[in-house]
Design a protein around this ligand. Structure first.
Ligand SMILES: [Zn+2]
Length: 80
């Protein structure tokens, strides 16, 4: 009977130690990923599409979503 009690105590001890060891990992896994870097948004002068500033193409009349829009915008500017 003594051994049974000892076994129970040891079992409880291992259970508590195991639970303590496992717990600190949980919050780490649950912490949300850091928010994405806030990007300045600009809109294409040709079509108005919003896009991150680092993806925009600078042109004469503003920034553009693509070189095609920059070309057509600048062609129109040149005509008038
Ligand atoms: Zn565009």
């Amino acid at each position: 009977m003594k051994y049974l009690v000892l076994l129970l105590i040891l079992g409880a001890l291992f259970f508590v130690l195991g639970a303590r060891r496992a717990r600190p990992r949980e919050p780490e896994a649950r912490t949300p990923a850091p928010p994405p870097e806030v990007q300045a948004m600009v809109s294409c002068a040709e079509c108005g599409t919003h896009l991150p500033a680092n993806e925009a193409l600078p042109g004469k009349g503003g920034v553009f979503c693509s070189s095609a829009h920059r070309a057509s915008f600048e062609a129109r500017q040149g005509q008038s």
